[in-house]
Design a protein around this ligand. Sequence first.
Ligand code: BES
Ligand code: MN
Ligand code: MN
Length: 451
Amino acid sequence: MPQTPQQYITQNQPQFLDQLQQFLRFPSISAQPVHQPDIQACAQWLIDHFIALGLQTQLIQTKGHPIVSAQTNFPTNRKVIIYGHYDVQPEDPIDQWQTPPFEPTIKNGFLYARGASDDKGQLFAHIKAVEALLKTNTSLPCNVHFLIEGEEESTGNSLEHYITQNASQLACDAVLISDTTMFNETTPAVTYALRGLAGFEVTVKGPNRDLHSGAFGGAVANPALILSHILSQCITTTGKILIPGFYDSVLPLSANELQTVYQLPFDEAQFAQSIGIPQTSGESEFPVIARIGHRPTFEVNGMFSGYTGPGGKTIIPASATAKITMRLVPDQDWNTIAQLADNYIRSLAPDTVHLEISPHFGANPILIDTHHPIMQTARNALRLAFDHTPVFIREGGSIPVVNTFAQTLKVPVVLIGLGLASDNIHSPNENFKIENFIKGAQASAQFLTNL
Ligand code: BES
Ligand code: MN
Ligand code: MN
């Protein structure tokens, strides 16, 4: 009896894990220039891996980090692009990791390493699925084209540029991505919406140097206080964003969709407990799932000003900075929202300080049509692999290039998340459930065969 792709995947699990660990050893942190050589080495490792599988490969150099391209060469015009990213977030705070971030460690059925879930592990499930199809001579109804970037985590746009410049070569029938999460530990999901992002840094500049707060205090505006005051006027304590025009293009949540959200099983107390907060916050008229998936937000990601060392220091700081990002939902446009926020924040600054706002960055939100037949193909594949009925969900994170795929290539984007909320992506002790890796590979092989 010839081996099935499913059997191949099960039997080769130890070897797959060994290879994934090699992939995870590269500290391919796209945001940090010192890791430039690691980024290159990681991309080259992928190229070598694809060459060994017999795919046609290309290492595409860009203004930023290289793109890895690898495709099968079957005599068919049909094609599926599989997207992923080999770059990862910085590992800090390093002292909170129980095992070193770039020394992948297997513990109790989980693989721990930076990038294990976001996105190297999820991407690798698809690479192994294609390997299984090739090694078992399974006839595929389409070619597979891997397009893997190294700038996703640092808002680079080289892949976006590449796609728009090479749209005709990239013509395909669908884009398949695993860079999201399952609905819960047992329920797989097809994600049909991702939030967008708009952001910048705001700096309030006061005196030309830190000043003695006794010798000057009372007559000089304190930048840290001014910045806090400005930020407190951007959002209420119940999550309403006060930037004029911010909600103008937010599509209302249909009663139908809201009902679907209420039908999804969700334990709010358990959610709060799992992240160590006393209770959830935000727009109480929306269920927690909708606050994360369907509603826009305003966040401060980091703030710095004045003296932060041990003990006290009586000064008025010379400046204060906040890193701000807003999560956006359909049909908000990131450029428009960033400009509205910029104008509003400038209008709030008193004449006693100088205000500086960095260049804006962002990505648009996306809403994917769940009625396309390929969505059922994806659900069927997930159901078989995970033995549970998949659900359609919206997710709160952003994958900037998804919009480019959808708009430039005009094809459905199928997001099948293999991650879990407990994977600690972007946090210390990132991990990936090995079972999800294997089931993900099974689902991918099934999906590609059934197209
Ligand atoms: N894989 C995530 C996006 C994600 C996370 C989707 C959780 C769904 C659930 C991706 O790698 C990511 O972190 N994106 C950044 C994009 C940003 C840097 C432009 C994000 O969402 O912050
Ligand atoms: Mn990701
Ligand atoms: Mn990420």
